[in-house]
Design a protein around this ligand. Structure first.
Ligand code: XBP
Ligand code: MG
Length: 270
């Protein structure tokens, strides 16, 4: 069970606020822009290392991202673009090994410092920790990728900042299925409609909403132009006091960045 540590703060301007029971974060595209210069590059390195002439361009990867999950993405690619490819042995084992190799290259890229957190992520996590609001990660990506990203982009001890991390294959159906959110809520005992999820893609938004979790979307490189109806707010980034977000849909009530005050007001409107 995940428990909030402090009572709900009163709004200083008398406006209605509801303290979030927890913040649930997607990883790829939300905590960091990992896809184009991270996972995509790592997939291509793994393909080359395996002697394959497959090359995922930036634009092709945008299409492939509609399939969530790296192993599922490889399988889709082969079916769609390499229908004559003959797997050397068991296809599942081949794809799993290729995917493991991709994740090792991805961890190398993170360790090399090539990928940073998106604006406002560190600030919001810090605010939530200071207020005793539980933090969860709810992601399609593999646990080893989450660990590498937290360690290299956030803090070597950042794993401990999160009350629960649910990732990858713990559920059979990945986002946009709500299964990973159902899993996180069941294992934390948190009430869905008192939490806030952060997602960057329509697939992630659909998963969170289908599980009943109010969702803020921070649009990412590949997700611009997707359908974000159902989000309580759509912004280009979480923003910082000196680096305001742009509101793409919803009402931020004059705020310049996503902070606990704004989240409390968004929840009070639901
Ligand atoms: C995004 C995904 C993942 C990543 C690659 O997950 O769909 O498949 O592209 O990671 P999320 P894996 O936005 O939910 O974090 O290769 O480990 O699947
Ligand atoms: Mg995402």
């Amino acid at each position: 069970m995940v428990a909030s540590q402090h009572p709900s703060p009163a709004g200083t301007d008398g406006g209605a606020r509801r303290r979030p029971a927890a913040l649930l974060f997607d990883v790829d595209g939300t905590l960091a822009e990992t896809e184009r210069d991270g996972h995509r590059v790592a997939f291509n390195r793994a393909f080359r290392a395996a002697g394959l002439d497959w090359e995922w361009s930036e634009s092709l990867y945008g299409e492939l991202l509609r399939v969530t999950g790296g192993k599922e993405r490889i399988r889709y690619y082969v079916r769609r673009y390499r229908p004559d490819f003959v797997f050397p042995g068991d296809p599942d084992a081949f794809i799993a090994a290729l995917h493991e190799s991709k994740n090792r290259y991805f961890a190398e890229l993170l360790a090399g410092g090539g990928i940073g957190l998106r604006p406002g992520v560190r600030r919001l996590l810090g605010e939530a920790r200071a207020a005793g609001i539980p933090l969860l990660i709810v992601t399609t990506t593999s646990p080893e990728n989450v660990a590498a990203l937290l360690e290299h982009c956030l803090d070597p001890g950042a794993r401990g900042w999160f009350d629960l991390i649910v990732a990858g294959d713990v559920v059979p159906a990945k986002k946009p299925a709500p299964d990973i959110y159902h899993y996180a809520l069941a294992h934390s005992g948190l009430p869905a409609n008192e939490c806030i999820a952060f997602e960057d893609s329509a697939n992630g938004l659909r998963a969170a909403r289908a599980a009943g979790v109010p969702t803020v979307v921070t649009v990412s490189h590949y997700s611009r132009g997707e359908d974000f109806s159902g989000a309580c707010l759509v912004v280009d980034q979480l923003g910082e006091p000196g680096q305001p977000f742009t509101v793409l849909a919803g009402d931020a009530g004059g705020a310049c960045c996503v902070d606990l005050d704004l989240l409390g007001r968004l929840l009070a409107r639901i």
